[in-house]
Write a protein that binds this ligand. Structure first.
Ligand code: PMP
Length: 289
């Protein structure tokens, strides 16, 4: 079946979906986005993503393109029209189209794009393989808490990682502390079995999966500490993993040239992946009820 994309009020064949060359996202990366997991055709953590989208728009002085309800309707429609059961829905809102000028006018008509695609979900937490990551300097701007399409440093870092045979790049600040990854949040399990991840701030994206995993960990009696951790600490950690909408909870078994733990996905990581997968299935059932 051919894919369908929503662009500014119309559902078009994916290959013919276009935005204008004067769209400010093209010239200035002046747009924000969300990627939401779909399970059995229903969005997971829809609320968290909508709250983050509203925040991104607000922080960039962009008006909401339409009501929340209308945006959700477009995403549901895009999922349904693409016959996605398990997969992802992508929503992008740009400030609008205007002759190229750094200064933007208020009152531009926002560009809204939505796509969806199927992705196989992992079924078995215990079968999830560990991945290698490499560390790279975090050279992004100072407001990476806003989910903008300005992702060039992220793309360069992740491509460099891929060329080294790694799954992700772990980004490191000037003090030697891990901020997050190029497209996911970074975590370790310390020597006392506590799960550690960097606290929210302007220097990381507030991952919706991060929030969910913190809640699931606490519910399962796993202690969570939100504090910065250094590369050195990560290399000596019991376990490491990363989280995102598209990576779920992904065990990390190698950082640069160092093997983490015994080189296999750790028990805490597997427990969190299992809890997260259960949650996504339950969320889609609860939604249907
Ligand atoms: N950090 C960055 C830089 C990201 O791009 C992403 C994925 N969009 C995340 C973290 C994880 O966010 P989420 O769990 O909401 O997908």
């Amino acid at each position: 079946m051919s894919r369908v994309a929503y662009v500014n009020g119309r559902y078009l064949p994916h290959g013919r979906a276009r935005v204008h060359i004067d769209d400010r996202a093209h010239n200035f990366a002046d747009g924000v986005y969300e990627v939401i997991l779909a399970v059995d055709g229903r969005m997971v953590d829809e609320e968290g993503h909508m709250v983050r989208l509203a925040r991104s728009l607000r922080e960039l002085d962009m008006p909401a393109p339409m009501s929340d309800r209308a945006l959700r309707h477009i995403m549901h429609q895009t999922i349904a029209r693409n016959r996605v059961k398990d997969g992802m829905v992508y929503l992008q809102v740009n400030r609008g189209t205007a002759p190229r000028n750094h200064v933007y006018d208020d009152g531009l008509t926002p560009t809204v794009v939505c796509t969806a695609r199927s992705v196989a979900l992992p079924r078995d937490a215990d079968a999830a393989p560990g991945v290698k990551v490499v560390t790279r300097p975090d050279n992004r701007w100072e407001r990476v808490d806003i989910k903008t399409v300005s992702l060039l440093p992220n793309a360069l870092a992740k491509t460099a990682a891929a060329r080294e045979g790694a799954y992700e790049a772990w980004l490191v600040d000037d003090g030697g502390f891990v901020t997050e990854c190029s497209s996911s949040n970074a975590w370790i399990v310390d020597r006392d079995g506590r799960v550690v991840t960097r606290p929210l701030g302007v220097d990381i994206l507030p991952g919706v999966t991060r929030d969910r995993v913190i809640a699931l960990a606490r519910k399962n009696g796993i202690a969570v500490v939100e504090r910065p951790f250094s590369v050195g600490e990560a290399l000596n950690a019991r376990e490491a993993f990363l989280t995102s909408t598209t990576s779920f909870v992904k065990p990390v078994t190698q950082i640069d040239d160092t093997t983490i733990g015994n080189g296999h996905p750790g028990a805490t990581t597997r427990a969190l992946l299992s809890a997260y997968l259960d949650f996504t299935r339950r969320a889609s059932v609860a939604d249907a009820a």
